[in-house]
Ligand binder design. Structure first.
Ligand SMILES: [Zn+2]
Ligand SMILES: [Zn+2]
Length: 260
């Protein structure tokens, strides 16, 4: 038994939600040796067999439970992309919703019709009727406000931070509160390097000067790898690629990122 490897699931639990006892099989050891993140909803396309559409969703395997992070905008596209990648709705154990925007939550309802015996982890501020609708489909939900919790004053959003042997893996939906703010907060919460920042960085409408400042913050924080997608924007994608070179991970729809 490699003790180092077993840390993967344990750290992830404590980071996600120790207060509400995130049910990842807390004290159990994980036999998984690596973390794999499959992006199957993104407006940027990686795998030609899939359909690209505005929004974001990825599937995280390697912990005690399989996590679906966000659900994209359309149920049919989500389910069809999953199918093409060999991921069944039944494989999803937990759904983590970053924020209440239709391009991240729209696919939820069709998925819950296929599998409802699961828990949806959502920011506390989600509307009551959203929570009721989850219950009506037979699933359960859990409101999260700690430890990274909700960020932002306008659009409230939570991010998923996973601890791995390599460092922190931070997954963002749209990063509305600011990608650098999210990463800084993740680092404060947990010592250690940020190994990978993945997801929407929300830089589409920002100037090049602003993007360069964000990149500077990334460098200061020592972010090792980046996998920007969704609402990152072309200019920012280009600059991240230039700055991270081989540590820039192509994270379009259908990309599979392994952390081992
Ligand atoms: Zn959004
Ligand atoms: Zn979005």
């Amino acid at each position: 038994m490699n003790l180092k490897k077993t840390c993967l699931s344990l750290i992830a639990i404590s980071l996600i939600n120790p207060l509400t006892g995130f049910a990842f099989g807390k004290e159990q050891e994980s036999k998984m040796k690596s973390l794999s993140i499959t992006i199957f909803y993104n407006n940027l396309l990686h795998d030609e067999r899939l359909e690209a559409a505005w929004g974001f969703a990825c599937f995280i395997k390697g912990l005690e439970k399989n996590i679906l992070f966000d659900t994209g905008g359309s149920g049919p596209i989500l389910l069809s992309n999953m199918k093409k990648l060999g991921i069944k709705p039944q494989d999803v154990d937990v759904i983590f919703l970053s924020h209440n925007h239709p391009d991240h939550t729209g696919g939820l309802w069709d998925l819950l019709k296929e599998k409802h015996k699961l828990t949806v982890y959502l920011p506390e501020s989600f509307p009551e009727d959203f929570k009721k609708r989850i219950k009506a489909l037979g699933a359960d939900f859990l409101s999260i406000n700690k430890p990274i919790g909700e960020l932002g004053r306008g659009i409230i959003e939570q991010s998923l931070v996973l601890g791995t042997e390599k460092g922190l893996v931070v997954i963002t939906g749209c990063a509305h509160p600011g990608i650098a703010v999210i990463l800084r907060k993740s680092k404060q919460m947990r010592e250690g390097q940020i190994y990978l920042a993945l997801g929407g960085f929300h830089l589409t409408s920002y100037s090049e000067a602003w993007i360069r400042r964000v990149i500077h913050s990334f460098k200061e924080m020592g972010v090792m790898k980046v996998g920007p997608g969704h609402c990152t924007g072309e200019k920012a994608l280009e600059l991240f690629k230039k700055n991270w070179e081989e540590n820039f991970l192509e994270a379009g729809c259908g990309a599979i990122i392994e952390v081992r």
